[in-house]
Design a protein around this ligand. Structure first.
Ligand SMILES: Cc1cc2nc3c(=O)[nH]c(=O)nc-3n(C[C@H](O)[C@H](O)[C@H](O)COP(=O)(O)O)c2cc1C
Length: 187
């Protein structure tokens, strides 16, 4: 048996990584759009369909989501990992991340915030609940529209066709293999 070694508590959350990384798009009241990269997101309810994202109050996007009470979770693939790291490294207070990255805003179906065209799947959300949690705020969104690129999703993603981005920590990412494991010998 391997010996258990303590790690610094500031890195302890990385035991829960790699985490599926998403690009959240949001807008301010005047319609100016922004993108924030998030590793901390998760589904939290099926009926109603709710998802949670955890965002630090110092992020510009935090203010936008409080202001407009809506956001879109966009699923990027490894082809846009550079843009994904960029959107998680600079603030929309000082730059237009759509312009700078070349990512394309396109109208969403229900919310005012745009979707990011280069992403493969989109969850349009309206703010359902806001929960302070330490140095972050958990925004729970109610999914009001969900759609993906044709041919890549049928109840689950076709991982032979799409390589999503998983954050290890810092500027390190990984992706999925093409292997699908279906356990046959449960105890
Ligand atoms: C891979 C990655 C994952 C991140 N995950 C989160 C997260 O879950 N929550 C958060 O508040 N910030 C997260 N960040 C940091 C923000 O994306 C970053 O501070 C961003 O520049 C904020 O943009 P804004 O000020 O335009 O909102 C992450 C950054 C990277 C690179």
């Amino acid at each position: 048996m391997a010996e258990k070694i303590d790690v610094g508590l500031e890195f302890a959350y990385r035991f829960l990584h790699p985490k599926h990384t998403v690009l959240v798009s949001c807008i301010d009241n005047s319609g100016r759009a922004n993108i924030i990269t998030l590793a901390w997101s998760m589904p939290v309810s099926r009926k109603p369909p709710l998802v949670a994202v955890s965002i630090a109050p110092k992020r510009y996007s935090h203010r936008l989501i409080e202001e407009t009470e809506e956001f879109v979770i966009n699923v990027p693939t490894i082809e846009i990992v550079n843009e994904t790291l960029y959107c998680g490294s600079v603030s929309g207070r000082s730059v237009d991340k759509f312009k700078k990255t070349g990512l394309t805003p396109a109208p969403a179906k229900i919310v005012k915030a745009p979707i990011i065209k280069e992403c493969i799947a989109h969850l349009e959300c309206k703010l359902h609940q806001k929960i302070p949690a330490g140095d972050h705020t958990i925004f729970v969104g109610r999914i009001v529209a969900a759609y993906a690129n044709e041919g890549i999703f049928k109840e689950t993603f076709d991982i032979k066709k799409v390589k999503m981005i998983y954050h290890l920590g810092g500027d390190e990412f990984t992706t999925t293999s093409e292997e699908i494991i279906k356990p046959q010998n449960m105890p």
